[in-house]
Structures are given as structure tokens and as C-alpha cells.
Design a protein around this ligand. Structure first.
Ligand SMILES: [Fe+2]
Ligand SMILES: [Fe+2]
Length: 250
């Protein structure tokens, strides 16, 4: 067999030491140190984040089927499946925190996946959403998770965000690798991709900071104030996404 035909599986990073630390932090959580209204706000915020993480499992599963439909190489297939498993971890961690802060067990319900396979089959149908949700969305969410981790002080939330930030950064890298492959495979894709990227970056630049601030500040539980989050996203769009996109479309 020629060398290099079978690649090393891009396995998930071993996060078991961090997960053990997370479990210890959950076990040592002291409810009496927080006001009840702050705990319920933190529970609701983590439940919401967990539901997005849970939906990301379906997004990567759907994406993996789309990769099969366009004959993508095995290393891209591996990356999609590894990412789906990591999203399962984020969903579990998120619901664990929502349960911890809310004081009652909480988990995902049935997810409506009807019509999930519609719009799969061409490389463009796969690449445009991958650029918007993967390259842009995952890059921004990795940067936001990193900053949320840095500012969080509740130990379980801080550890959760350490795990999530690292893995979201890998998902972003994966999305850029996929889009690079898609453009190399079909040069004409550069046109719709460039347009989709421009629209995404405009949405980031023009996002409305809104009035006032959140009712309950939740920085210690891993949530940035909206204005800080938008500032971070604008800086990332300018300093990270724009140069990365320029390199991609050269
Ligand atoms: Fe995630
Ligand atoms: Fe992700």
C-alpha cells in the first residue's frame, strides 16, 4: 500500500483531565454563595446555550451526509464526525450547568429534523452555509468562548468554557479547511462564497448593540454583556476573518 493513503484518524483531543476537573467543580458548587435570581438567570442562559450546542450536533451530522453526497475525502469526513461528537460534549456540559444552577435536572428534548436532507447534494449547497456558520460562526463563537472563559469566575462555568473554546476553535479551523478544499475543487465557487462572506461580515459590523444592558449580568457564569460581545465580534471580523478570507480567495 502506498504511504500516505491511509491517514492518521483526526481523533478528538483527550479532554478527560479537564472533564474530571469540571465534575469536581460541579460537585463542589455551593448554591448558598449566589442570589437565587442570579442562579435562575444563569440556568436559563446555559439551557439556551446548551440547546444551540445540541442543534450543532445535527448540523455536523447533516454536513457529514452532504460530504458523502459530494465525494469529499475521508479526512474531511473524519473531521465532521469528530466535531459532531465534540458538540455532544458541549450539549452535555451545557445542560449539566443549567441543571446545576437551576437545581433540577435538565436535558434536551426531541429535535425536529424533518426536511434536514433538503438542499444537500451540490458542493455550493454545502460550502456556502459552511462558510457562514463554520468559518464565520465558529470563529466568532470560539473567540467569544475564550473571552467568556477568561472573565468567568464560577469554577464549573470557567472549566466548561475552557473545553468549549478549544473545540470551537478546531471546528473553525476545520470549516476553513473544508472551504479551501471546496474552492480548489470548484474554482467558480469563489464567487458565491465571496458574496456570502461579505454579507456575513456586514451583519457583524452592523449589528445593533441595543439599549441598556442585560437584566442580570452573568459574566461570572460565562456570558459576556451584549455590547462587549459585539465589540469582540467586530474586532474579530476585522483582524481575523477578513485576512483569513483574503488568503482563501487569492
Ligand atoms: Fe459547540
Ligand atoms: Fe462547534
Amino acid at each position: 500500500m502506498p504511504r500516505g493513503v491511509v491517514h492518521q484518524t483526526r481523533g478528538a483531543r483527550d479532554v478527560s483531565p479537564l472533564l474530571s476537573e469540571f465534575e469536581r467543580a460541579v460537585a463542589g458548587f455551593d448554591r448558598s454563595a449566589f442570589e437565587p435570581r442570579r442562579l435562575s438567570a444563569a440556568a436559563a442562559a446555559w439551557a439556551r446555550r446548551a440547546s444551540f450546542e445540541h442543534a450543532s450536533i445535527a448540523a455536523f451530522d447533516r454536513f457529514a451526509l452532504g460530504l458523502l453526497a459530494v465525494g469529499a475525502p475521508p479526512e474531511l469526513l473524519e473531521g465532521a464526525h469528530v466535531a459532531a461528537v465534540e458538540e455532544i460534549r458541549h450539549s452535555r456540559i451545557g445542560y449539566a450547568l443549567a441543571s446545576l444552577y437551576g437545581g433540577e435536572p435538565l436535558g434536551p428534548g426531541p429535535l425536529d429534523v424533518s426536511g434536514a436532507l433538503e438542499g444537500l447534494g451540490t458542493l455550493e449547497e454545502l460550502a456556502v452555509p459552511a462558510l457562514v456558520e463554520g468559518c464565520v460562526g465558529e470563529t466568532l463563537s470560539a473567540i467569544e468562548a475564550e473571552e467568556s472563559h477568561r472573565r468567568a469566575t464560577e469554577p464549573a462555568a470557567k472549566l466548561a468554557l475552557r473545553i468549549i473554546a478549544d473545540e470551537e476553535a478546531r471546528h473553525a479551523e476545520y470549516a476553513w479547511a473544508f472551504v479551501r478544499w471546496a474552492v480548489e475543487t470548484e474554482r467558480a465557487l469563489a464567487v458565491p462564497l465571496r458574496r456570502a462572506l461579505g454579507e456575513s461580515l456586514d451583519r457583524v459590523r452592523l449589528a445593533d448593540p441595543g439599549h441598556g444592558c442585560e437584566e442580570v449580568p452573568l459574566v461570572e457564569f460565562g456570558f459576556l454583556p451584549r455590547a462587549d460581545r459585539l465589540d469582540l465580534q467586530r474586532t474579530a471580523a476585522r483582524d481575523v476573518l477578513t485576512p483569513a478570507a483574503a488568503a482563501l480567495f487569492l
